[in-house]
Design a protein around this ligand. Structure first.
Ligand code: TYD
Ligand code: MG
Length: 405
């Protein structure tokens, strides 16, 4: 017979503060919620070649330098391949241990004898357990291996699992594992754009939607401390259809350029595409422009994208999308020192957004001179003292906003 388990009153539960330690990479610490939590299981997903192995190796380098024992398990690369990559990144210490195996049992065997502070499993698709019959990378393999790693983590080891995002098919991608782990980070970015964004999509130990920004260099991934500058690099002067918006990524304001191209359509059904933005949002804003703003683009093709390859789902970019569309449609450039943010409602009202002060401050810091913001955010922003000569104007609806084009 099983022993009976009694419930505990919540008032009697004792908590211990989780212990965190640094990765030596500020942007990575931020995305993790302030460093690594001992005993946590972290999944790092992303397309092949995006930089997952590189960032984890950099983290291992930093931590081994701080005197912590690290075990890097690779099922993909040989010892000498890892060493070659490591040499591009920097000097390592003897506390960085490599294990090139494909069996989970080998890792478990090692952990019985010694306890590293951190284990990296690169990648989950190449590690199997003898207890499951199916092929490496199959759903049942990755699930069983992950469950066993979770048990291993709870003994106090922080474990990072690399998971390649795969085309739908027989091989299990990281999505299958999201619910099993403590933290899920995704690495994204256009492969040919230089920068990479690391995004937390789940975090039991911190807030989600924080991002870290990196640039791939010849010596590994470098942190980008000023993403706004990177995103606005190469922005054209006095060109219609180009607008700068200020979005929030987690707790951090970032300036981005939105570009629109609107031209007469030669099709019965005009073309509408968007890159980096929700396509349906753009269509909705075109409808609001027509119905509430009196600007009809029904016979026009419209293309909207975010320069630099960022992805954006912050509705505060609405005002900027509207400006970019109208600017291109009327062939009238928006002043290059103007920036804006605000969400657009279906009645054509410009709705307030959170973090208005931080956004305006970021714009001022980057040298912008005029900022168009929702009317309802204006009172708080007007109280700010550190804006220099920046002019802030509030707009309540689309008609008022359009006067600035
Ligand atoms: P990698 O970390 O191997 O990607 P993943 O593990 O996500 O598959 O990164 C691979 C790419 O990064 C590869 O094309 C080479 C490039 N790279 C650099 O440009 N500079 C560097 O210092 C390193 C280590 C890699
Ligand atoms: Mg790799």
């Amino acid at each position: 017979r099983r022993a009976v388990v009694a419930p505990t009153s919540i008032l009697e539960v004792e908590t211990t503060d989780e212990t965190r330690f640094t990765t030596g990479i500020g942007e990575l610490n931020r995305v993790l919620g302030g460093g690594i939590v001992s005993g946590s299981l972290v999944l790092v997903g992303g397309d092949p070649g995006i930089g997952k192995s590189t960032i984890l190796l950099q983290m291992c380098r930093n931590m081994s330098e701080m005197g912590q024992k690290i075990l890097y398990v690779s099922g993909e690369e040989s010892l000498s391949q890892i060493k070659m990559r490591a040499e591009r990144i920097g000097n390592f210490t003897k506390d960085m241990l490599l294990l090139c195996v494909n069996n989970l049992e080998d890792v478990e065997e090692y952990v019985k004898k010694d306890t590293p502070k951190v284990i990296v499993i690169d990648s989950i698709q190449t590690i199997v357990t003898d207890d499951v019959e199916s092929a490496p990378g199959s759903v049942s393999q990755v699930k069983e291996v992950t469950a066993r790693l979770m048990r291993m983590a709870k003994t106090g080891i922080a474990i990072f699992i690399v998971g390649h995002v795969t085309k739908e098919g027989t091989v299990a991608g990281p999505r299958t594992l999201e619910h099993m782990v403590d933290t899920v980070l995704y690495f994204e970015g256009e492969r040919n754009a230089g920068f990479r964004v690391l995004r937390a999509v789940k975090n039991r130990f911190g807030s989600t939607n924080e991002i870290g920004v990196f640039e791939m260099k010849g010596t590994g991934l470098a942190e980008v401390k000023n993403p706004s500058q990177l995103m606005l690099d190469g922005r054209p002067d006095d060109t219609s259809g180009s607008v700068v918006v200020c979005t929030m990524e987690g707790t951090r304001p970032i300036l981005l350029e939105i570009q629109a191209l609107v031209c007469q359509s030669s099709f019965n059904l005009p073309r509408r595409t968007s890159v980096g933005l929700d396509y349906n949002r753009v269509n909705l804003l075109l409808a609001v422009l027509e119905k509430r703003g009196g600007i009809v683009m029904a016979g026009c093709d419209a293309y909207v994208n975010i320069a630099g390859g960022m992805r954006l789902d912050d509705p505060s970019a609405d005002l900027g999308i509207v400006f970019a569309l109208v600017s291109s449609f009327k062939n009238r450039a928006i002043p290059s020192d103007m920036v804006m943010f605000g969400e657009m409602g279906l009645s054509g009202e410009v709705r307030g957004v959170s973090g208005a002060e931080q956004r305006v401050r970021e714009a001022a810091k980057m040298g912008f001179k005029t900022c168009i913001i929702p009317r309802s955010n204006l009172d708080n922003v007007k109280k700010m003292k550190d804006l220099g000569d920046m002019k802030v104007v509030g707009v309540a609806n689309i008609q008022q906003a359009l006067e600035y084009i």
